[in-house]
Each structure stands twice: as C-alpha cells, then as structure tokens.
Design a protein around this ligand. Sequence first.
Ligand code: NAP
Length: 478
Amino acid sequence: MKMDNTWLIEKAYLRGEFIDAEKKFDVLNPATNDSIGKVPDIPLAQVEQAIVYADKTWNSWKTTPIGERSKLLQKLYQLTLEHREQLAHVMTLESGKPLQESLVEVDYAASFILWFAEEGKRAYGDTIPAVSSENKLFTIKQSVGVVAAITPWNFPLAMLTRKVAPALAAGCSVILKPASQTPFTALAFAKLAQHAGIPGGVFQVITSTNSQGVGKLLATSELIRKISFTGSTAVGRTLMEQAASTIKRTSMELGGNAPFIVFDDADISAAVSGAVAAKFRNAGQTCVSVNRFYVHDDVYEQFAEALTKEVSQLKVGNGMDDGVKVGPLINEKAVEKVKKHVEDAVGRGAKIQTGGSHLEGNFFSPTVLIDVHPDSLIATEETFGPVCALFRFATEAEAIDAANDTPFGLAAYFYSENVRRCHRVSEQLESGMVGINTGVISDASAPFGGVKQSGVGREGSHHGLDEYLEVKYISYGK
Ligand code: NAP
C-alpha cells in the first residue's frame, strides 16, 4: 500500500478548523524510532478557549433532532470505511501494530459509529404509575453536556469512536485529547468528521505533551460535565480525584490483568488458538490481553507444548511488512517493563520455552514461560507485552481463587466443554467481561468495561449511550 501523506495532518482541530501552534512535538514510528511528523503542542490557554467553544456549540447540537445527528454519524461511518486504508496506514505508522490489525481496528472503530447512530434514536424515557399522588410522572433523557475524552495509544481509533460516537449521538459536544504517541489517527478522523458535516466545536482534538496540565484543566473545568478516560489505573485514579472537585460524571476504562483458565475438559487446540488471539494482538498491548494462564495439571504439558509451537512461529517485524503478526512495543520504557517481568519470573524458577529476549529497538520476541511462581511480577502487574506466563492448578476452586486474586477485573477467559461449569465459573469470576471458549470478546453491541480497579462505566451497547445521558424526572400536577 502506498503512503498518502495528506493523511498525516500536522495540525490540531479546534473550533472546526485545523490550526498550527508555535511549539510542536515529534511523533515517532515505534518500528524505527524515526519521526513521522510533528503536531502542535497546544497551550492551556487554547484548551480553555476550546472548552468555552464546546459549551457554546453544545447548546445547538443538543437541540438538533436525533434524526439529523444520526444522519451525520452515518455519513461519518461511511467516510471512515471509505478511508479504511489511509486510517490503517497512519495507525500502523504511529502505533506499530501490523497493518492487518489496523485494518481490523478501523472496521471495529467504525462499527461503534454505526451502532450509536442507530441507538441514539432509542434514548427513551419512561411513564411511571404514581403510587402516592394523582400526578403524571415521566422521565426524559437529555445529553450530559460538554464531554472531555482522553484516549490511549494502543487503539488510536477504536478507543476514540467508543466515546465520541455515543457522546455525539446523545447530543453532547466532545473535546478529545489523544495520546501524544498517536495523535495522527485522531486528526485524520477529525478531517472525516469535518467532511461529514459534524459542526465545528462539537468535536475538537487537542494535541499536547502536557497531559497532566490538560487533564487537570479538563477534569476540573466547571463547563465540562463528564470525563471519559481510557488508560492506566494510576492516571484514572488521578482524574477521578480531580473530577470530584466539580462532581463530574466519569467513565473509566482502566488497566487489566486478565486470567485465561484451561480446564481438563477443554478442547486444547481451540484453547491454543484462543490463547494466541487473546495474547498477541497488538503485541500483547491491549487492556484485555491475557496476563496469566492457569492450566489444569492433566493438560498442562499438552497445552504448553502446543502453545509454544504456535508462538514460536509468529513473525515479528515492522507492521508495514507482509505476514508480520507481532510488531514493536510502543517505546523503550515498554520494552524495559517486559524485560523486567521475564527476568523476574526466570529468577523465581520459570523456564523459557520460546522467546524471552529483547530483539533490536522496540521489538521483543514472542515468549512462553512455564512453571511461573505465583509471586512473580508478571502475576500481579499488567505486563503489556508478548509474554505468556503459565501457572498450574489442580481444582476448579483453586483456579477461580487464583484468577480473582488481583485488584483488577476487566476481562477473563476460560475453556471448558462442560456446560454446568461454564455457567458456574463465569458467575464466579470477578471481571466485567468473560470469554468462554473464545479469545475475542469485543463487539460494539456488547457492554465493555471492568469491575474493581479496572474501571467504572461501560462502553458500547445501550449502556454506552446511557453514559452520556442524564435522566430527568418530571411530575405533572393536575
Ligand atoms: P496512560 O499513561 O494512562 O495514558 C492514557 C492517556 O492519558 C493518554 O492520552 C495520556 O497522554 C493521558 N495521560 C497521561 N497522564 C495523564 C494525566 N496525569 N492526566 C491526564 N491524562 C494523562 O495509559 P497508556 O500507557 O497510554 O495506556 C495503557 C493503559 O490503558 C493500560 O493500562 C491498558 O490496560 C489501559 N487500557 C484500558 C482499556 C479499557 O477499555 N479498559 C482500553 C485500552 C487501554 P500522553 O500519552 O500524551 O501522556
């Protein structure tokens, strides 16, 4: 695919226009560490202006009939699919993920726009039989107001549309602050939003390296009524504290530490395919990536051997190259964390079945570790890299206890052919999402989100629309 540089837009998108700034910062290609371009480092004074403008435009957007808002979103959906290749290209350049994965992400991201273009029409209220008066009681749903959205680098488009599409459908205006590692995908999307006719100011994109300053400004502003964040638990905690000052609504999609349990009655070959899908997408840098594999004693060797065979065949390289399945990690810091986790596990007795080494630059070899000690760092922290850590268990209760022994609770997976066990185990796992006999769970029509320190709120599905709506109760006297 030939690169079309017109889609690397080196300007922020404010008040419906692409604007420059005196200070700019480089965006690096994780595969080469070369700069792919510069974007403006927007000063805080301009962020304040953007907030005021978003508030002004919210007033007209919220009263725009949903039929019209829906048509604009449908146009945006079509434009996103028409520019699938350009968006995927930009995404691979700045995030490093294999081009094929970027194409799949564009489709997934677009599916949220279509879903919410439709679901926005179903923001129904209730009529309520009054128990203690003759009043007529009913509810209506209204847009929350100006929304601040802060997104991570690992899914530069999907994390964005999962917030922006329901917010716009609900009648909110949105100020987006994408990760400084991956602003170009968001800016390319802004160009499509402009072409689709989404009014200027209803959707704005701030590019900045001052994430702390911008985050604080957005989280404490009186004019912003909701903050929706996807990223690490540490930053989510800070934003929640800051948002408390104005009693803002928050949605927090935070870190995970997903368990993957293989029971003795599992279809092992299906479990291996599911494991590879759930572990190696985006080189293991997804919030729902498996971090801990718990495998029953009776199938441990069989599973470990089959998984090692699959993992050792994964092609590592620049995401732009054909056949590459595992791209680079996002930066050197990410490589250091993965290295540290592997060294720590090996130091506690784990054995490397395949991989285990830092290749050049930001590349790390796909790795399988067996006999990992439960106290290893890899068991307690999100590794965010291409490493499978295998632990043993003997009983179902032991597997569930180990899986739940974490402050996180985003995704959990297990493989079993026993239908009673499937019900029992899925109810006992402390996570917002459970995959049974599958390693791929994301779908625009399903509620995505975590429990415990993995977050609050849900994205996708009708629950994802409610995050941007207030329920107003009206009592009508005789
Ligand atoms: P991160 O460091 O928390 O960054 C996420 C976003 O927050 C970026 O836009 C970042 O901007 C910004 N940010 C950083 N510090 C901030 C601060 N003090 N105030 C306000 N904003 C701030 O997380 P990450 O390393 O990019 O992403 C990986 C994490 O996201 C993992 O833990 C992963 O599990 C989680 N995640 C969760 C979900 C989910 O749905 N639950 C989905 C994807 C990822 P800069 O990059 O410009 O600093």
